[in-house]
Design a protein around this ligand. Structure first.
Ligand SMILES: NC(=O)c1ccc[n+]([C@@H]2O[C@H](COP(=O)([O-])OP(=O)(O)OC[C@H]3O[C@@H](n4cnc5c(N)ncnc54)[C@H](OP(=O)(O)O)[C@@H]3O)[C@@H](O)[C@H]2O)c1
Length: 322
């Protein structure tokens, strides 16, 4: 079957590690099933995988892709939850120390077929296209949990989203605006700031700009380039929710500011199957839809990866398998 996969790892030139070509169909462990993938969306995780983050040499080649929408073996349209828990784990799957994401231990979704645990399938509502649905399980689910669970944002809260253009960030802006949250956003690009306003942001700022007032929560995926600004932007007791570090993972901790202002630094990773089901329902009923920059055939995957590596993205890139 056709697949996009990490053939090697290359930190300096991740695209050199990408191949699009024939791979064997996935094995199907007991309790798992296969989904015929109709659409899968690109996440920064796939770029990290090409750079060698989280994949050992002996795991290569590895089919990339963490999220998908498609058709199950009974002909049902489904959304694929990408967090794979240990069957022995009884708590919430993101807290399972042995959990993985599709494309980390098991082949991912950038392929015509993907094998997944049966329990990871969620019905796709007819209101959502396959491309829309394929954006939800990683970037959108991460934004949902950051905003509504970890930051506990309420209608009328003010939340700053750093780096407006990304998949997670565009999701946070759209979901926050739909829920009555006052969303402020930063971006390196004037054009992306304008698009963030169209998406529902209340105000937009250059990276590092002084805000008119301090905010209840900051959603961070950028890391080093914005961390100090995130800490400076919070009200006393405010929450800095972090799920990514695209520009670097070791900024100054600024411990004095953290303890003196009683700031809360909260990590966040993906979300539960239940949260994904609620997110899917929210999109179906509210009319909120993922921002998709471009939908392209899987055969053109290298072009989509190039745009992401170059930071030339507003919203999501989706690969289709037909
Ligand atoms: N923990 C989890 O479960 C989880 C889930 C999803 C994503 N993530 C992580 O979150 C990050 C974003 O993921 P994504 O899929 O949304 O990626 P993406 O679509 O490629 O977005 C990248 C973002 O980073 C910003 N950015 C990049 N370099 C920057 C710099 N030097 N200065 C300022 N902003 C910069 C961009 O903002 P502008 O271009 O607007 O400035 C954009 O918002 C990645 O590191 C990813 O691994 C983690």
């Amino acid at each position: 079957m056709l697949a996009a996969y990490a053939a090697t790892a290359n930190d300096a030139d991740p695209l050199a590690a990408l191949e699009v070509g024939e791979r064997p169909e996935p094995e199907v462990p007991a309790g798992w099933t296969t989904v015929t993938v109709k659409a899968a969306s690109l996440n920064h995780h796939d770029v990290w995988s090409l750079r060698g983050v989280g994949l050992r040499a002996e795991q290569l080649p590895m089919i990339l892709g963490c999220d998908a929408a498609g058709v199950d073996q009974d002909g049902n349209e489904v959304v694929v939850h990408g967090v794979i828990g240990d069957p022995a784990w009884s708590g919430e799957e993101t807290l399972d120390p042995r959990r993985s994401l599709l494309s980390e231990r098991h082949p991912g979704t950038f392929a015509e077929q993907v094998a997944v645990p049966r329990a990871n399938l969620i019905p796709k509502p007819a209101e959502l296209s396959f491309a829309d649905a394929a954006c939800l399980p990683t970037a959108w689910l991460t934004a949902y949990r950051m905003l509504f669970v970890r930051a506990d944002a309420k209608p009328g809260s003010t939340v700053l989203v750093q780096g407006a253009g990304g998949g997670v960030s565009t999701a946070a802006i759209a979901l926050g605006a739909a829920a009555g949250v006052r969303v402020w956003a930063t971006s390196r690009s004037e054009e992306k700031r304008a698009r963030a306003l169209e998406l529902g942001a209340d105000r937009v700022f250059e990276i590092g700009a002084r805000l008119p007032e301090r905010v209840d929560a900051v959603l961070e995926t950028v890391g080093e380039a914005t961390w100090a600004h995130s800490l400076r932007s919070l009200k006393p007791g405010g929450a800095l929710v972090v799920s990514g570090a695209t520009s670097g993972e070791a900024p100054s901790a600024e411990l004095m500011r953290v303890f003196f202002l009683q700031l809360r630094v909260l990590g966040s990773t993906m979300g539960s199957r239940e949260e994904l089901a609620r997110l899917v329902q929210l999109c179906a009923t509210s009319g909120v839809r993922p921002v998709i920059q471009e939908t392209m055939p899987l055969a053109d995957a290298a072009r989509g990866f190039r745009a992401m590596v170059d930071g030339d993205v507003f919203g999501k890139i989706v690969f289709t398998m037909d």
